[in-house]
Write a protein that binds this ligand. Structure first.
Ligand code: CLF
Ligand code: SF4
Length: 297
């Protein structure tokens, strides 16, 4: 993925199945669901389910403590030799409840120093967390950015919780936008490889994604992943209940093509669950045995 890549960058992506399209045939990633709470509301999210930053709505996952997460990673690593990346991608926002995410990374760093650590966030808390992530050598950060224009943002994200209070409408979207841009810039400045995920929502941000793409590339995003909205009334999301449809495969294709040759697109995303394990596209390795996790933290 990503056009011309110099040797130093290649070293950093060659075993990351999301950042390198080649790597996804040979390497596996695993998500640990240690982040239960979120600081924003997305109209495609049902809080009972996984974060659609990185995951398909409609499937719940057990929430793990950092210690349980590490045990689970060690169990999987013993059975999946291709495991190269462990990410935190929900079920809420990985950086809002940062204590748990950072503790998980810290424990993993100590147990498996060669592991690549990865995190996915809506970006609201990112400016405050870049230094801590950097200190733990977290090299891969994904930010979900669905809009530049707060008018459009307000149609996707009805409220945020920031600075000890709740914000709604355009004001909420404006703050979210500013924090996303600030976080993206700070992560790039810290030398991290930043991927941007955008959820393609027909009639809402489809024509707008070109602006998103140009802005995030200008700020140094390494990859842009345009993901189709998955909308189903059964998921109980706002978009599902109001009949907002997801794009057809042809619409996804057109939207990506419209971004042009230099868009630095990721095209092999599988919209993983927050507790996904294994090679991309195999939601779980059938041959992995996991301890049951009954005690929800
Ligand atoms: Fe996970 Fe995301 Fe890291 Fe990959 S998934 S936190 S960058 S290790 Fe990958 Fe899954 Fe797509 Fe995400 S295929 S949803 S892009
Ligand atoms: Fe849901 Fe993720 Fe949006 Fe939070 S950021 S509301 S968990 S989709």
């Amino acid at each position: 993925a990503g056009g011309a890549t110099d040797a130093a960058v290649w070293e950093r992506i060659k075993d990351h199945p999301c950042y390198s399209e080649d790597a996804h045939h040979d390497f596996a990633r695993m998500h640990v669901a240690v982040a239960p709470v979120c600081n924003i509301q997305c109209h495609y999210c049902n809080r009972k389910h996984d974060c659609a930053n990185e995951s398909r709505p409609g499937v719940t996952s057990a929430r793990l403590t950092p210690e349980q997460a590490v045990r689970r990673v060690l169990t999987v690593a013993a059975q999946v030799p291709q495991l190269s990346v462990v990410g935190v991608a929900g079920p809420g926002d990985a950086l809002y409840d940062a204590e748990r995410t950072l503790r998980t990374f810290e424990l993993l760093r100590a147990e498996m120093p060669d592991l690549t650590l990865c995190v996915s966030t809506n970006g609201l808390a990112l400016p405050d967390r870049v230094a801590a992530l950097k200190a733990l050598d977290v090299d891969h950060v994904t930010v979900t950015i669905n809009f530049m224009d707060p008018e459009i943002g307000a149609a996707i994200h009805p409220w945020i919780f920031h600075d000890h209070r709740r914000w709604t409408g355009r004001e909420a979207a404006r703050i979210l936008h500013e924090r996303q841009m600030e976080g993206l810039e700070a992560a790039v400045a810290a030398g991290m490889l930043v991927k941007v995920n955008s959820v393609l929502i027909p009639g809402i941000n489809d024509a707008h994604l070109i602006e998103v793409n140009q802005a995030v590339r200008a700020k140094g995003a390494f990859l842009h992943n345009v993901m189709p909205l998955i909308s189903d009334p059964a998921h109980g999301t706002h978009f599902g209940l109001t009949g907002q449809r997801g794009p057809t495969p042809a619409e996804v294709h057109r939207a990506r093509e419209a971004l042009g040759e230099d868009a630095r697109l990721m095209r092999h995303c599988r919209q993983c669950r927050a507790d996904a394990v294994g090679m991309l596209g195999e939601d779980r390795c059938q041959d992995v045995t996991l301890d049951p996790v009954d005690d929800v933290a």
